[in-house]
Structure formats: C-alpha cells, structure tokens
Design a protein around this ligand. Structure first.
Ligand SMILES: Cc1cc2nc3c(=O)[nH]c(=O)nc-3n(C[C@H](O)[C@H](O)[C@H](O)COP(=O)(O)OP(=O)(O)OC[C@H]3O[C@@H](n4cnc5c(N)ncnc54)[C@H](O)[C@@H]3O)c2cc1C
Length: 344
C-alpha cells in the first residue's frame, strides 16, 4: 500500500496549481489524469486583469497577477523552465467613443495600473482608431506549462495516467485501490457532473473553440491583439485565434458556426489571406456569480472540491489554490464569496 497525504483527481489548472502548493509544503500526493484534452490545455493562456468589453477590472485582480508571477517563478525553480510570456494585450478600439472611455477609466484608482494612456498604432492589422495596451497583461506558455509539470510529476511517480473510478474509492478506509490517502481533492472541471459526491455543484459548461491559423503576412511583434477574440503567435508558423463562448451547443464535436464566427472575427481586423490549420474546443466550468467553488464535503471531511474557474482558469486556479491549501492545512476559513456553502 502506498501512503500519500493527498489524491488529486483531474489534471487541469485547478489540479496543477494545487499540486504546486503541496510541492512547496513538502506534502506527498498523486494526480490522476485520464489523458483527455482538458479545457486548460485548450485555453489561450491569456493573463489579463481587465474586462475588455467594458474596461473594468475584477475582484483581487492585482493580488492575483502578483501571486501568479510569484508562483510561476517558484515552479520555474524545480522544472527549470519559464512559462510566463511577457507579451501585452493590445485592445483595438472600435471608435472614438471607446478611446474616450478608455482614457476616462484609466484615471480610476483600480484601473490606473492596467490601462496605458498612450495609444499604439499596430502594423499589418486594421486599427483605424489605434489600440490600448493593457499593462501587466501577459500569456502563459500553455503547452510548455503542462509538458514541464507533467514531466516533473512523472519523474517523481506522482502522475497516474488513469481515469479515477469513483466506485473504487473506499471512504471508510481512506483508500483507493492500493493507495492510502489522508485527503482527496476533486478538480475535474465539467466532468464533476459524473462525481457522485459533488455532482450537484452549480457549474455550467461554456463551450469555447479556438483556431490555429497561418497568416500570409506575419505580425511584426509578439503582442496579443484583441478585437472580438485574441490573436497571438504560437510558433514561427502558426497563430492562435479564439476563443468563442457558447452555452447552447454543448455536444462533443466541433461546431461549424463557432468556426465561422472565428473566421469572420479575424477577417474584421486582419485584411490579408489566412488559412485555418486546426480547430480545438473545450468546456469552461463557469458559475453564475463568476467565483470559483471551493469546499469540503458536508459528510466526508477528508474530501474537497476545487472547481468553477470560469474564463479565468489561470488567475483563479493559481490564486485560490493557496486559499484551499490554507483552509485544509491551516484551518483558515474560506472567503464566503468562494466557499461552496454559499449555494446551500
Ligand atoms: C477556448 C478556451 C480558451 C480559454 N482561454 C483562457 C485564457 O486565455 N486564460 C484563462 O485564464 N482561462 C482560459 N480558459 C478557461 C480555462 O481553460 C478554464 O477555466 C480551466 O481550464 C478550468 O480548469 P480546471 O482544472 O477546473 O478543469 P479542466 O481544465 O477541464 O481539467 C479537468 C481535467 O480533469 C480530468 N478528469 C475529470 N475526471 C477525471 C477522472 N475521473 N479521472 C481522471 N481525470 C479526470 C479531465 O479529463 C480534465 O483533463 C479558456 C477556456 C477555453 C475553453
């Protein structure tokens, strides 16, 4: 029998950022990965403190950004790689009104550090009203992050590439097959709906597609350009463009209307030829109040859930993994806005 402090079920941002807290605090654990493409792996990797529709910010944005940067530095120390791409977002303005709104908002105390007052004119793309730079925005190297952390966990024999079977869990004995655990944490994203212990948490799937495209005229700089969606280079050849939002078409196949939406969105500001090389999709686990859902099972006190990361899986996953760790190990209560008791 193998003894561990934690079993983590799932392998997306929620799981890996919590695993980092365990590594930092010398706790033993294993992660179960059924090796499906998670929403996390499909994500764009955008790290953004601003809501770019209305030019507002959100709860704890600055704290979340600072904590993410600190965390990625710590992860770099043991995986040997940097995953933070220092490439800012440039939001293309639709008209003069948007420019004025941006300038007005940039004087607000909570947006002052994020909205750059100097507008930029971008080359190659159409931006008749210029673009606004989001200071402190960046990207995560999504592929590198997952490859680096999975390799690290594999070497330490902490990654079990198997689907976790709920009926094989022995709650009374604290065992799963040949593993004896102290705590078990479920981080399954939308697959939580199959979890008999937490299937009723109110997460709602929001399907997102992205496309990988080849552009006939390359963008001169490694920026992230945002108009309807985000456009940025992935490697020498391909660019990422996405993602869409859809609460209706929830089947597990590519949706042609989402691809059309992306194609049209890109044509709006990229006036040159491009070809779509790949299409991917995933399901964001969203919550009505836009806060994660974190908590302990009401009957099984060694069983926890970390879900509802929504459209901001990187910032939410990173920041609230520490809240969850402190809750379990240091008995620090969860903030009422993220505790899952708010729904009961
Ligand atoms: C197109 C798109 C673009 C996005 N862009 C961004 C972005 O730029 N920035 C950002 O911050 N967020 C972005 N997001 C949102 C982000 O991806 C999600 O918030 C995040 O991925 C949720 O992470 P999670 O770990 O909760 O779930 P998931 O990423 O879904 O991971 C859960 C994993 O658990 C596995 N699992 C489930 N059940 C079991 C089981 N029984 N046994 C073993 N494994 C199991 C699943 O296979 C899955 O791999 C985007 C999402 C989409 C779809």
């Amino acid at each position: 029998m193998e003894n561990v402090d934690y079993i983590i079920v799932g392998d997306g941002y929620a799981s890996l950022f919590f695993a980092h807290q365990l590594i930092k605090n010398n706790k033993s654990f294993v992660v179960f990965s059924e090796e499906k493409t998670s929403a996390s792996r499909v994500s764009a990797g955008i790290i953004n403190p601003v809501v770019l529709k209305k030019f507002t910010t959100f709860w704890k944005a600055q704290e979340q950004i600072d904590f993410l940067k600190e965390t990625l530095n710590e992860i770099e120390k043991y995986t040997g790689q940097n995953y933070l791409i220092d490439a800012p977002i440039h939001r293309i303005f639709h008209d003069e009104n948007e420019q004025q709104l941006w300038l007005k908002k940039s004087s607000n105390d909570n947006l002052f550090h994020f909205l750059d007052k100097n507008f930029t004119h971008l080359e190659v793309v159409k931006n008749d009203f210029n673009s606004g730079k989001v200071n402190q925005s960046a990207r995560l190297d999504v592929k590198g992050f997952f490859t680096g952390l999975f390799d690290f966990l594999l070497k330490r024999e902490q990654l079990i590439k198997e689907k976790f079977i709920y009926s094989d869990l022995n709650i009374a004995d604290h065992t799963y097959k040949n593993i004896s655990y102290k705590q078990i944490l479920f981080c399954e994203g939308m697959a939580v709906k199959d979890n008999p212990f937490f299937s009723d948490i109110p997460v709602v799937p929001n399907k997102g597609h992205h496309i990988k495209v080849k552009l006939s005229r390359a963008l001169p700089e490694n920026n992230t350009i945002k108009k309807k969606h985000f456009l940025f280079p992935i490697d020498d050849e391909k660019y990422f463009y996405g993602g869409t939002y859809d609460r209706e078409q929830l089947h597990h196949e590519i949706d042609s209307s989402a691809v059309k939406q992306l194609e049209n969105g890109l044509k709006e500001f990229y006036p040159h030829d491009f070809s779509i090389e790949e299409v991917h999709f995933g399901f964001r686990p969203t919550v009505k109040d836009r806060r994660p859902i974190i908590g302990r099972h009401h009957l099984h006190y060694d069983m926890y859930v970390f879900n509802g990361l929504g459209a901001r899986g990187i910032l939410n996953g990173c920041y609230f993994s520490r809240s969850l760790y402190d809750y379990i190990e240091n008995k620090i209560p969860l903030h009422e806005e993220i505790a899952f008791e708010r729904f009961t």
